[in-house]
Write a protein that binds this ligand. Structure first.
Ligand code: HEC
Ligand code: HEC
Length: 289
């Protein structure tokens, strides 16, 4: 190889590259840089030996430490589950009142209940449990079947008209379809019912007659005062809170064709700790008794 030209001014050898009279000097790389470079090479060799590094055809080099992020995650999840299992077991053992009054258990039950509600209940009851037509709002203190911890727990366990042997059952009869009342009687009693909440009655309705029809046909379930009966799931008809709607048309439809909302049973589908968490969570929503 020909000897490289030496630059006259700096005395440094040039690389031989030249552009328009500018020559490139061949200065040595700074020592710190070269050193870092060799350290990196040494480090990478150590790394290849210790850690997973090179892809092979169907596998990869595992390295002496056989480290795997997957195993780390699996271990962390197992640890978390073990911690939760402790809490869940404590929930199963405690009764609902105890859970309510124990800071730790309550906190765990609330978090657990909120998550389970989002997964299982929100499709019917809404994310904020505010409900839809036919699906009750669980935030208010109007309860069809009762708002104590035990009532709520029973509702969640066995459901309502769910087909489970211990499900809550009770029928709002189809007074029109089954010809228990004629059209005028339905108009009158519906008008009486909406008038209890300050709604507008049907034109030409005889509200006094409606009151009589009510006493004869409805009071057995909804109560003499129309304030409802939780053993039968018969709602309070005086508070202007409606499951199906309080317009005269909707109330006439309810009386004509009956109603029977179905809420699935959760026992067997959700574990006991989750059902307890849900009961505590729903009870805390504002209307718990
Ligand atoms: C498939 C729809 C559906 C799902 C899912 C559902 N519910 Fe319900 N739920 C209903 C209906 C409908 C009613 C009202 C039944 C009736 O008319 O009596 C109800 C009633 C209730 C009641 C009684 C309210 C009262 O006023 O007494 C509670 C409590 C309740 N649900 C909690 C839950 C919880 C907790 C979950 C989740 C585990 C859940 N529901 C999931 C449809 C559903
Ligand atoms: C055998 C018991 C029973 C009798 C008798 C009965 N009801 Fe009901 N009623 C119920 C039940 C249970 C419900 C709730 C249905 C549901 O949750 O799906 C209900 C619901 C209603 C609703 C719907 C309320 C809302 O919030 O939307 C109205 C209105 C009503 N009943 C009016 C009447 C009238 C008027 C009569 C008499 C003509 C009557 N009921 C007789 C059991 C009864």
């Amino acid at each position: 190889m020909a000897k490289k030209e030496v630059d006259a001014i700096s005395g440094v050898e040039t690389t031989g590259h030249e552009w328009d009279g500018l020559k490139e000097l061949n200065n040595p790389l700074p020592r710190w840089w070269v050193l870092t470079f060799y350290i990196c090479i040494a480090w990478s060799i150590v790394y290849w030996v210790l850690m997973p590094a090179w892809p092979l055809v169907s596998d990869y080099t595992h390295g002496i430490r056989n480290h795997s992020q997957r195993t780390v995650v699996a271990e962390e999840v197992a640890a978390l589950e073990a911690a939760r299992a402790g809490n869940a077991a404590a929930l199963v053992d405690a009764d609902l009142q105890t859970i309510k009054s124990s800071q730790d258990l309550l906190q765990f039950a609330m978090a657990n209940g909120r998550a389970a509600f989002g997964d299982n209940c929100a499709p019917c009851h809404g994310t904020g449990a505010t409900g839809f037509t036919g699906y009750p709002n669980l935030n208010d203190d109007e309860w069809l079947w009762g708002g104590t911890l035990d009532d709520i727990s029973q509702t969640i366990h066995y459901g309502i008209r769910s087909g489970h042997d211990e499900a809550r059952t009770g029928d709002m009869l189809a007074f029109g379809r089954d010809e228990l009342l004629d059209r005028d009687q339905i108009r009158d009693v519906a008008s009486y019912v909406v008038s209890l909440s300050g709604g507008s009655p049907a034109e030409g309705a005889d509200i006094a007659n409606g009151e009589t029809v009510f006493a004869d046909n409805c009071a057995a379930c909804h109560g003499e005062d129309a304030k409802g009966m939780q053993e039968l799931g018969a709602p309070n008809l005086t508070d202007n809170i409606w499951l199906y709607g309080g317009s005269i048309e909707t109330v006439m439809e309810t009386i004509t064709n009956g109603r029977g909302g179905v809420m699935p049973a959760w026992t067997g589908r959700l574990d006991e700790a989750t059902i307890k968490s849900l009961a505590v969570y729903v009870h805390s929503l504002g209307g718990g008794q």
